[in-house]
Design a protein around this ligand. Structure first.
Ligand code: NDP
Length: 453
């Protein structure tokens, strides 16, 4: 497995992938560790999680630079990502006990009835490269603390991050086998999910990977959580603060080099605000600093892989051929590395890639709508349903519009973001299940009904 720097095309390191025998050994070890781990008091699991947070903070710069070199995100956002991972550790270290305590139900006199939240077993996590630490910690922090053990199949282009995350848990003092990295390709995932030692599986990734993993998990009757892509609408109503909407909109589109499932991708703008918004938004997109992701001042680094950038460019070209107007960008940069510039499209046809697919890079589609009803219709005109952002000064109206939006998360006058205290996940082709908050820690538990007379 190759670790390759997408900014310089340099091969950083090469790793031997796990073969069938070593995968089998790791599964067996995880299975045995689970039997011991689930019996430990929750306070001890919380204490270890808190230590994992400390290890992350102590090695913040090292892990941030590792991410930047492996997948190209600007180093300043990589540092924030490590801090956020420490936050999710702190959060569950503080709250897991309360989330998992028995839930008393007053059924009838003389009966003690309650729900106990018990772990399920080893959980396979198939994870993507875009937030190579955060996506994993978002899964691992609640799940290890709930008494499950984790096996990570990380994206093939981030093996260094995958191994470093196992190191975080080892350094924090977790028993060997509580969190294990498997260096394997996606063709081995089916065998791992169907292995009887695996209890459940979670994926963050593309819809295609989601269908395949959902089928494998369903076929072997195992619980799954799927956090898939999005084509999030960013709805601007006429009374919105246009300057704020344009600035935040550009940030929301370009965050993480545009490679975020919850990035604003389709900008749905009321005709009364359209011209002003488009002008300011395009200016904001144009003003982004593109460059070396190791430079603190860089807003946009390279796309994570050359093939992903080529795919993105094809989507842009096909959309233009189908009738979209190019307002900004639209050509890979003529320099070393997989650099794609901020790009703005208008007049986007519904059946073009920008109209119906996820654009996983700094490419925005701006749509003009005549009224609020049409804005809602346009926002929902997608097979995805992850996040949505609504911009208006009228909070009452915003909440009414939010109810009509088919999405797992709606933010008003703010970009969509993940936060340990709030559930995260989508509807429609964006997947099912929730991560984070108390919802996330309950996903892979046996909610056991107890009735004692
Ligand atoms: P993938 O969905 O292909 O990769 C994510 C993870 O799933 C990786 O670990 C990958 O392994 C694994 N995987 C891929 N296919 C399968 C499969 N059939 N069965 C089991 N596991 C599988 O994302 P890509 O890297 O190819 O990116 C392509 C697109 O996916 C992006 O352009 C974007 O639209 C979407 N995506 C969405 C993300 C999100 O946050 N929701 C994150 C990343 C991508 P391996 O790396 O070995 O192939």
């Amino acid at each position: 497995m190759e670790s390759l720097n997408p900014a310089t095309e340099e091969v950083l390191e090469t790793f031997d992938a796990d073969d069938e025998t070593s995968v089998d050994e790791k599964l067996q070890h995880a299975h045995e560790t689970y039997e011991e781990w689930k019996e430990r008091p929750i306070e001890e699991r919380q204490r270890l999680l808190s230590k994992a947070g400390d290890v992350l903070r102590e090695n913040k710069q090292k892990y941030a630079e590792m991410m930047t070199k492996e997948m190209g995100k600007p180093v300043s956002s990589a540092v924030s990502e490590v801090e956020k991972c420490a936050w999710v550790c702190d959060y569950y270290a503080e709250h897991a006990g309360e989330f998992l305590q028995d839930e008393r139900i007053g059924t009838e006199p003389g009966v003690e009835s309650y729900i106990s939240y018990e772990p399920l077993g080893p959980v396979l996590a198939v994870m993507p490269w875009n937030f190579p630490f955060w996506q994993v910690f978002r899964f691992a922090a609640p799940n290890l603390t709930a008494g499950n053990v984790g096996l990570l199949k990380h994206a093939s282009n981030v093996p260094q991050c995958a191994l470093a995350i196992q190191e975080v848990f080892e350094e924090a003092g977790y028993p060997e086998g509580a969190f294990t990295t498997l260096l394997v390709g996606s063709d081995t995932v089916e065998d791992i999910i169907t292995d009887e030692r695996i209890a459940a599986t979670t994926l963050t990734g593309s819809t295609g990977a989601g269908r395949s993993i959902g089928e494998n998990a369903g076929g072997s009757l195992k619980k799954s959580v799927l956090e898939l892509g999005g084509s999030d609408p960013f709805v601007v109503l006429p009374d919105a603060d246009i300057e704020d909407a344009a600035t935040t909109g550009a940030q929301a589109r370009c965050l993480n080099n545009g490679q975020s499932c919850i990035a604003a991708k389709r900008f749905v703008v009321h005709e009364d605000a359209y011209d002003e918004f488009l002008e300011r938004f395009t200016e904001e997109m144009e003003s982004m600093t593109i460059g070396d992701p190791m430079d603190e001042d860089t807003d946009i680094g390279p796309q994570a892989r050359e093939d992903l950038m080529e795919g993105l460019h094809e989507q842009v070209e096909d959309s233009i051929e189908a009738g979209a107007t190019l307002e900004l960008g639209g050509e890979p940069l003529d320099r070393e590395g997989a650099y794609y510039p901020p790009t703005v499209l208008t007049d986007v046809p519904d059946d073009s890639p920008a109209g119906e697919e996820e654009m996983f890079g700094p490419v925005a589609s701006v749509f003009r709508v005549g009224d609020t009803e049409e804005a809602i219709e346009r926002a929902n005109k997608t097979r995805f349903g992850l996040g949505a952002s609504i911009w208006t000064q009228d909070k009452k109206q915003a909440k009414e519009v939010a109810r009509e939006i088919e999405a797992g998360m709606v933010f008003v006058n703010e970009l969509v973001k993940s936060d340990p205290r709030l559930p995260f996940g989508g509807v429609k082709d964006s997947g099912y299940g929730r991560e984070l908050a108390h919802h996330g820690i309950h996903e892979f538990t046996n909610k056991k009904t107890m009735w004692v007379t």
